[in-house]
Design a protein around this ligand. Structure first.
Ligand SMILES: Cc1cc2nc3c(=O)[nH]c(=O)nc-3n(C[C@H](O)[C@H](O)[C@H](O)COP(=O)(O)O)c2cc1C
Length: 190
C-alpha cells in the first residue's frame, strides 16, 4: 500500500524557501509509491486562535478536535498519515505562528488519563519530519527541540532537515547542494 505523506507547509510565502524545500522533498519521495498531500497551513481558516484548552477532545472517544474549522480535517489526516512533514521558516527562534496554531491542536490526537498516569496517541509509530530554514546560522537547533521532544513523547520516529543561511524568501532556488540534500531526504522517507 502507498505510504501516506501529509505535508504541512507553513510559510506565509507561497513561493519562498519553504515552498521550494517542500517541492524538492516531494520530488525525492515520489520516486517511491507514495500518496502525498500538501496543506498550505498558513492559509487555513480558523475559528479560534489555536487550541482553546476546552478539553472536550479528552471526553470523547474519537481522536478529533471539536472546533469545526479548516484545521479539523487536517488533524484527521494527520491521524491517518504514515509520515507527517512540518515545513516552516524560523521566526524568532521558533516555528511560524501559523504552524503553531495547528501544532497545539494535536492535543486532540492524544488521550490522557491523569489519574492512571497514562497517555495514548494515534501519532504513535508514525514518522515526523521537520524541514526548516533560516536567514542566519543560529536558531534552528532551538526550533528543532519541541519537534524532537514531541516526536519522542508520542512514540514517533523523528528526522529533520535544517537549512541555515538560506537567505530571504526564494534565495535557495538556485542552490544545487540544498536541492540534492532535500531530494535525498524525500527519497529516504518515501
Ligand atoms: C517574521 C520573521 C522572523 C524571522 N526570524 C528569523 C530568525 O529569528 N532567525 C533567522 O535566521 N531568520 C529569521 N527569519 C528569516 C526566515 O526564517 C528565512 O528567510 C526563511 O528561509 C524564509 O522562508 P520562507 O521563504 O519560506 O518564508 C525571519 C523572517 C521573518 C519574516
Amino acid at each position: 500500500m502507498a505510504k501516506k505523506i501529509l505535508i504541512l507547509s507553513a510559510s506565509p510565502k507561497k513561493d519562498g524557501n519553504t515552498a521550494m524545500l517542500v517541492n524538492w522533498f516531494c520530488k525525492g519521495a515520489r520516486a517511491k509509491d507514495v500518496e502525498i498531500e500538501i496543506v498550505l497551513a498558513a492559509f487555513l481558516k480558523y475559528k479560534s486562535n489555536g487550541c482553546t484548552s476546552c478539553r472536550v477532545c479528552q471526553k470523547i472517544k474519537e481522536y478529533e478536535c471539536v472546533i469545526d474549522d479548516e484545521a479539523k480535517p487536517v488533524l484527521k489526516k494527520m491521524a491517518e498519515a504514515d509520515v507527517i512533514v512540518m515545513a516552516t521558516p524560523l521566526y524568532f527562534f521558533g516555528p511560524s505562528a501559523q504552524l503553531k496554531l495547528i501544532f497545539d491542536r494535536m492535543f486532540s490526537l492524544f488521550k490522557w488519563d491523569n489519574e492512571a498516569k497514562t497517555m495514548q496517541t494515534v501519532l504513535k509509530g508514525k514518522t515526523l519530519v521537520l524541514i526548516a530554514s533560516a536567514f542566519e546560522d543560529v536558531g534552528l537547533e532551538v526550533l528543532e527541540k519541541p519537534f524532537a521532544l514531541t516526536a519522542e513523547y508520542s512514540g514517533m520516529k523523528f528526522k529533520s532537515l535544517l537549512i541555515p543561511n538560506a537567505g530571504v524568501s526564494g534565495t535557495i532556488k538556485n542552490d544545487a547542494a540544498i536541492r540534492e540534500k532535500t531530494i535525498s531526504l524525500g527519497r529516504e522517507i518515501g
